[in-house]
Design a protein around this ligand. Sequence first.
Ligand SMILES: NC(=O)c1ccc[n+]([C@@H]2O[C@H](COP(=O)([O-])OP(=O)(O)OC[C@H]3O[C@@H](n4cnc5c(N)ncnc54)[C@H](O)[C@@H]3O)[C@@H](O)[C@H]2O)c1
Length: 268
Amino acid sequence: MATGRTHRPATRSRGIPEATVARLPLYLRALTALSERSVPTVSSEELAAAAGVNSAKLRKDFSYLGSYGTRGVGYDVEYLVYQISRELGLTQDWPVVIVGIGNLGAALAGYGGFASRGFRVAALIDADPAMTGKPVAGIPVQHSDDLEKIISEDGVSIGVIATPAGVAQQVCDRLVAAGVTSILNFAPTVLSVPDGVDVRKVDLSIELQILAFHEQRKAGEESSAEEGPEALAEPEPAAAVVAPAPRGTTGTTGRKGPDGDVPAVMPA
Ligand SMILES: NC(=O)c1ccc[n+]([C@@H]2O[C@H](COP(=O)([O-])OP(=O)(O)OC[C@H]3O[C@@H](n4cnc5c(N)ncnc54)[C@H](O)[C@@H]3O)[C@@H](O)[C@H]2O)c1
């Protein structure tokens, strides 16, 4: 999982474990697709398959929401969409600021998926004076000198950092001092934040490195198979292989298996 640091306990309010919270968006994505096709009900097995989660785990997760489904009928799709959206806080609009409007920040600003999920891009902020006033995805870029004013006027609690790594901590400190309490960090650096501030980190290069690890492993298995059963019978005596976790990060946002976790240490 992908966080630089979060300062929340493993169990959230109303006793919902963090791991369940992390799977709720997967259920919501699958349910939204069903809703768009006007599917009225769904069984736990069908929904689990669509979300890429084990069905027993899904039933347990839904029990935290007080949703048990109806035997022989399944779950009501629309009601579950509402329940999960409410639990995730998506029944309200969340203004978001993006800081650093370069290649990545501009792409994020133009991403339609935020608005459809209840996240409104309230402001785009960049330190380059040449960008001030220029529209990106229809929103004029504002100068970072005004960061504090923008945050307080728009009541922004979520900030996205897409600046170079070297200034990310400084940007983070300013966002937090201005009142931001949740940060999505794309810069390849670990951020330090005070208690009460959540940081989630996205690093696509880590995802690629983990895929490279699996590719290497598959290639090793194929060459062992080509060498014949003797090679397979005498594996390398390594006890465990540590998956790559470069550049001081503590995790990734991606998921490997159906349960949404990438193990830090994988059996050889
Ligand atoms: N997480 C990922 O998967 C991923 C993918 C691509 C890039 N990145 C990272 O995202 C960041 C941005 O990448 P990019 O390709 O868009 O870079 P970029 O150079 O195109 O854009 C960076 C922008 O940040 C602005 N900036 C610099 N200092 C600032 C400050 N103090 N306050 C506000 N704005 C500031 C610059 O003016 C520039 O417009 C980098 O840290 C990069 O490593 C992460």
